[in-house]
Each structure stands twice: as structure tokens, then as C-alpha cells.
Design a binder for this molecule. Structure first.
Ligand SMILES: [Zn+2]
Length: 312
């Protein structure tokens, strides 16, 4: 079988570039959809440039439910004449069905620490602005499925929870081209801190990717950074993929150790913007703004705290 080509599709959003990927199969697929404006502003011209048409896309493959990955899903589905399958893991499907789910996620996680009286209103406004429409997915995943993109091209689905409960990897079979969305965080994107709601699942998923999936080509949702601040690209070869996976594991181990000590000593509210996890930031030398949305610092801290309480 000939190799299936993959093209990154970039659309701008503030300080971020949002990345989607076009899988040039007989039934073409787009992995992740950016925000509401991304399909028209980013994908249409990028596809035209390679001689493809957005209305021919037959698969919309969502790696997880975060706003900057599902925001454009409805708009893209409309541009395909509603003919594309819209695919997401069942554990993240609420984020596609409902803008309110994004607000609830904020309130129950990072929002508990941010002490921002306007926080909920800001997330509500963001969800209204960048989610193109609420919709029911046409296909719900559990992990373990194989999707047929025509002409013998298949994509297998692997559940890799941690960053979110419903994070999945899509793998083009036979060439180990792997799309993971935000499930491989390294040092995190703009905020410089890795974000995951479940640290134990995040670790297990990284090990699974490293040892079982062994990507030949790894496609990331954002250009994550190395320790020295220089970003990886979003398309990694086999060596870079191994480095990013091992780096993500090493970084999680360091964060986990710092959080464990902090929790054992007992959480204390202070004036620090990292409160009540100021000792974690200090120990790790983390000086980023913990309030900068999507606030991965507090998302991950809350994940450890929840896990610690379940096991003590
Ligand atoms: Zn994400």
C-alpha cells in the first residue's frame, strides 16, 4: 500500500497557532478542528493550495474535547454538507454537545483555585465565541475501533486518557502515523506547564504510546517546548517522538514528586498566585502565570490532589 500523505493545516488564534491535520485518503479526514473561524479561514485556503476541497472531507476525527480542538467541528461539518462523520470518545462527547460543559469543567477544576470572580463569565464568553455550534457526534468511540477511510486505508483508535478523560490517539495503520492531540505535553505549550486532569492515566498513556504504539511519525496539537523554551514542531519523526514521550514522562515524574511532598506537608493558602501549591512552583522553579487560560498548572494540581485523596 502506498503511504498516505498528511498535511498540517494551521489557523491563528491569539498567541496560539491551532493545528489540524488533513489525511489524504480516498475518504479524506481532518484531525481536530481549531475554533469556529478555523475551517473557513485556515482549512479552506490550505486545502485549496494542495488541490483538495473541504466539501470532500468525510471524517472529522477529534482527539479530545477541549475548546481549541472541537470549536470548529460544527462549522467544518456544515462545510462538508453534513456528510462527514464526526467522531469523538464518549468520555469527552459532552464538550461537543454543550458549551456549558466547558464552563462546568472550569468550575470543578482550575476555577476552584483561580479566585477570579469573573472567571466563569470569561469561560462562558469564550465558549460562545469560539465554539461554532453544539452538536451530537455521529460516532462515539470507546477505544479499539478501526475506521475505514477507503482504498484499504484504515485508522485505529486507541484510548489514551490523562490530558482529558476522552483523549484518543488515531493511528494510520501500516505506517505508524500517530495523532495524539494534547496527550503528549512535554513542558506544555505557551504556559510552560503540562496539563492533565488525571496524572496516573497520563503516565500510563505515555508509556503505552512509547512502548506499544511506537510512533514513526507523531503529530502534536501544539508546538510544545523543550526545557530551554525552544518549541518542537508539530510533526515529529521517530527519534523526536521517543524524546518527547520520554521527556513528558520525566517531567511528570518531577511534578508528581513535588506535589506529593506538598500534599504530605498539608496545603496552605497564601498570597502566592500559585496558592495553595506555592511550594510546588518553588520546587520546580516554575515562574509562568498560573492564571493564563487554560491554566494547566491548576488543572494538573487538582488532578494530583484528587488522586492523592482517593488513595489516602
Ligand atoms: Zn487540550
Amino acid at each position: 500500500m502506498t503511504r498516505v500523505n498528511v498535511h498540517p493545516l494551521v489557523s491563528p488564534w491569539g498567541r496560539f497557532g491551532l493545528y489540524s491535520f488533513f489525511i489524504d485518503a480516498p475518504e479524506p479526514a481532518i484531525v481536530d478542528t481549531g475554533i469556529a473561524s478555523s475551517p473557513a479561514d485556515g482549512m479552506v485556503p490550505a486545502l485549496e493550495a494542495i488541490g483538495r476541497r473541504i466539501e470532500d472531507v468525510r471524517w472529522i476525527l477529534l482527539t479530545h474535547g477541549h475548546i481549541d480542538h472541537v470549536g470548529g467541528a460544527y462549522a467544518l461539518w456544515e462545510l462538508t454538507g453534513r456528510r462527514a462523520q464526526v467522531v469523538i470518545h464518549e468520555a469527552d462527547a459532552a464538550m461537543l454537545r454543550s458549551r456549558r460543559a466547558h464552563v462546568d469543567e472550569y468550575r470543578h477544576g482550575r476555577g476552584r483555585y483561580l479566585q477570579d470572580p469573573e472567571g466563569e463569565a470569561k469561560v462562558t464568553a469564550a465558549a460562545n465565541a469560539v465554539i461554532s455550534g453544539e452538536m451530537e457526534p455521529t460516532m462515539l468511540l470507546k477505544g479499539g475501533e478501526t475506521l475505514s477511510l477507503g482504498g484499504g486505508v484504515t485508522v485505529s483508535v486507541h484510548s489514551i486518557p490523562g490530558h482529558t478523560p476522552g483523549s484518543v490517539a488515531y493511528v494510520i495503520d501500516g505506517q505508524r502515523s500517530v495523532f495524539v492531540g494534547d496527550a503528549v505535553q512535554v513542558h506544555g505549550a505557551a504556559s510552560g506547564f503540562p496539563g492533565y486532569v488525571d496524572p496516573v492515566a497520563y503516565r500510563a498513556s505515555l508509556q503505552y504510546l512509547r512502548d506499544e504504539i511506537r510512533p514513526q511519525h507523531l503529530y502534536l496539537g501544539h508546538p510544545y517546548r523543550r526545557a530551554d523554551g525552544t518549541p518542537y514542531g508539530v510533526e515529529l519523526d521517530a527519534d523526536q517522538a521517543r524524546e518527547a514521550l520520554q521527556g513528558s514522562l520525566d517531567i511528570e515524574a518531577g511534578v508528581g514528586e513535588a506535589v506529593c511532598r506538598c500534599l504530605q506537608d498539608g496545603l496552605r493558602e497564601t498570597e502566592s498566585p500559585y496558592s495553595p501549591f506555592a511550594p510546588v512552583a518553588e520546587r520546580l522553579g516554575y515562574t509562568g502565570d498560573p492564571a493564563l487560560e487554560p491554566s494547566p498548572f491548576f488543572t494538573s494540581m487538582h488532578g494530583y490532589r484528587t488522586h492523592f485523596h482517593q488513595n489516602s
